[in-house]
Structure formats: structure tokens, C-alpha cells
Design a binder for this molecule. Structure first.
Ligand SMILES: [Zn+2]
Length: 139
């Protein structure tokens, strides 16, 4: 599946950094993405060089190479990837839960809208990437 968007703006593409909370590799996240997810972005120092931790059992959500960490509870809402619940949000552009995303019609709708460029993953997805990557695999 092709990436829909955002990747052209991704900083430090291809780089990974181990999360200081859980040790798993995190991918780079843009400043724009953080600004759209932090509860009080005006209090944040800002900056590039942030990575996202998607591990379900890790309470850190973003971290930077200089040791700054941002916990999941500093976000406006808990990322769906940090939850195993069926009602956790998976597509942030069109409001699908994990259960919704298992519906082939809903999935087809998102693929179509993505191809049309109607998604907003860089801003709405907590890690700034295409929501379709997080969809449950079709049966
Ligand atoms: Zn982590």
C-alpha cells in the first residue's frame, strides 16, 4: 500500500532512536504532528528531532535525542495504538475505531479518500503517518 501523505515532510526520514522508556525503536515525528496532539502546545519548547513510541505498554509517547520525553498523558487523547480496545481510534482523519477499520467497506472508503488526498495524517495521526498502516490486516 502506498503512503498517502506526510512522508515528504517527515524529518530525518529513516532514522530511528530507542525509546528511553521501553527500549523499542521509535520513528521520527514532525513538529507539526506534536503541535496537533499536545494538550498545551503553547507551553512546549518546540523543535525537530522528536521520535514517537508506539509501544502499547509504554507511557512515553514522544522523546528526543537530547533526553526530553513527553508522556501519553500530556496528549489531548490517548493514541489508539497505545490501547488494545476495539473502540480505540485507528483512523484519525475519518474517525474510525479499530472495530470500524475491520469493516471492508469502511476500509475501502479510507483507501479511496486517501488516494484522493483527502486525509490529514501528518496533523491528525499521533505519529504523523498514514493511518492505513495501522489498520487490522484484511482477512
Ligand atoms: Zn517506549
Amino acid at each position: 500500500m502506498n503512503d498517502c501523505c506526510a512522508t515528504k515532510n517527515m524529518p530525518e526520514q529513516g532514522r530511528k532512536l530507542a525509546c528511553p522508556g521501553c527500549g523499542r525503536a521509535g520513528l521520527p515525528v514532525s513538529e507539526k504532528t506534536l503541535l496537533h496532539h499536545l494538550k498545551q502546545p503553547w507551553l512546549w519548547q518546540g523543535g525537530q528531532g522528536y521520535f514517537g513510541c508506539e509501544a502499547v505498554d509504554c507511557e512515553l509517547n514522544y522523546f528526543s535525542a537530547d533526553g526530553t520525553v513527553i508522556r501519553t498523558d500530556a496528549l489531548r487523547s490517548k493514541p489508539g495504538l497505545k490501547s488494545r480496545q476495539a473502540d480505540a481510534p485507528i483512523c484519525y482523519c475519518f474517525g474510525l475505531s479499530r472495530a470500524d477499520a475491520a469493516d471492508p467497506d469502511a476500509r475501502a472508503f479510507v483507501i479511496k479518500q486517501t488516494r484522493l488526498g483527502n486525509c490529514a495524517c501528518e496533523a491528525r495521526h499521533p505519529y504523523g503517518r498514514c493511518c492505513l498502516k495501522d489498520f487490522p490486516k484484511p482477512p
